[in-house]
Design a protein around this ligand. Structure first.
Ligand code: ASP
Length: 328
């Protein structure tokens, strides 16, 4: 379903996927007991003024709680982004999304599209029915970014801050300012509809249809296991049992600078010797794994375990890695 509201010659397309921003609760005082993904994206735009000279187009791509995000929706979203980005009069795209897996979707879109125009994900921590919802201001700020000349790449806008889709992480369960960019820091801020940028936009690249085509193939199964006090190799052994969908890749969420409990490490090394692709990603919120001589398992640098999983799926699909952020 596509819906448009007109005020100018450049278009910004708003793709709805659900989330708390489209959530409804029984009472306006309830900020947590709501159902996500209830309000149509066209309705989320009601009362929000389009930036000067911009026509808004609303399209519902999905309507889900982003904790349930899946490969099918990601493919669909990437395809709709590619479609709209190819239209010469489209300045940029805003995606309304739940906060729970927003960083994974942003990282996926960055890797698959690396758009030369802005693709801006936004969200809310309070449902649309809240006494004081944060969604409308976040959408307004995201529209400002998507229509800013020269903006590019995948970004996330929440609580007035612009994060790179590569670096962003959800860091709070409840506060409105729930996202951070780690050591890399934010790309900038939105203040009264104006973008104040403090570092470069995420890198864009010419559209590569082969990347989009590659993600339309069936996805390899890649799981995440965590290293922790008292860890064992039992989960790895269980994951390797015969299955209709055999395991192809494993991300080990490591302690500290890529360290893994010796029992889990032994099982992971054995699995790697048997042909499984294994990647270490730190469970620390900030920093990157600094490789050292003798490391038996590859590391994912600054990628968090959930982003490392996306990176490994894409690698197994033959989608080459893009340059990494300097942050972490
Ligand atoms: N569970 C919700 C979602 O990710 C949380 C949110 O949007 O804040 O869709």
């Amino acid at each position: 379903m596509t819906h448009s509201s007109s005020s100018g010659t450049r278009r910004v397309v708003v793709l709805g996927t659900g989330g708390t921003i489209a959530g409804k609760a029984a009472s306006s005082g309830d900020n947590i007991g709501y159902t996500a993904g209830q309000v149509a994206v066209a309705d989320l735009l009601g009362g929000i003024e389009a930036p000067a000279g911009v026509t808004l187009v609303a399209e519902q791509v999905a309507q889900l709680d982003s904790k349930d995000m899946d490969a099918h929706t990601w493919r669909e979203l990437a395809a709709r982004c590619a479609h709209w980005l190819a239209q010469p009069d489209v300045a940029g795209i805003v995606i309304t999304h739940g906060t729970d897996t927003l960083e994974e979707t942003a990282f996926f879109l960055h890797d698959v599209l690396a758009p030369a125009k802005p693709v801006v994900l936004t969200c809310a921590m309070r449902p649309a029915t809240a006494l004081s919802p944060d969604g409308p201001q976040n959408v307004r700020d995201a529209l400002a970014v998507a229509s800013t000349p020269g903006a590019q790449g995948v970004t996330v806008v929440c609580a007035g801050t612009i994060h790179s889709g590569l670096d962003v992480q959800k860091v709070h369960t409840y506060r409105l300012d729930a996202f951070a960019s780690g050591d890399a820091g934010p790309v900038g801020y939105v203040e009264e509809g104006e973008v104040r940028r403090v570092r470069a936009w995420p890198q864009g690249a010419p559209f590569d249809a082969a990347r989009l085509e590659a993600v339309s193939k069936p996805w390899p199964r890649v799981e995440i296991v965590m290293s922790h006090a008292g860890a064992s190799g039992a989960i790895v052994e269980a994951l390797l049992l015969p299955s209709a969908e055999p395991l192809r890749g494993l991300v080990v969420a490591t302690t500290g600078n890529g360290t893994v409990h010796h029992a889990l490490e032994a099982a992971a090394l054995k699995a790697q010797d048997g042909g499984l692709v294994v990647l270490r990603a730190t469970r620390c919120a900030n920093g990157r794994i600094l490789p050292k001589p003798g490391d038996g398992l590859r590391d994912a640098g600054a990628l968090t375990p959930v982003k490392a999983r996306v990176a490994l799926v894409l690698e197994l699909l033959g989608v080459a890695a893009l340059p990494e952020s300097e942050g972490g």
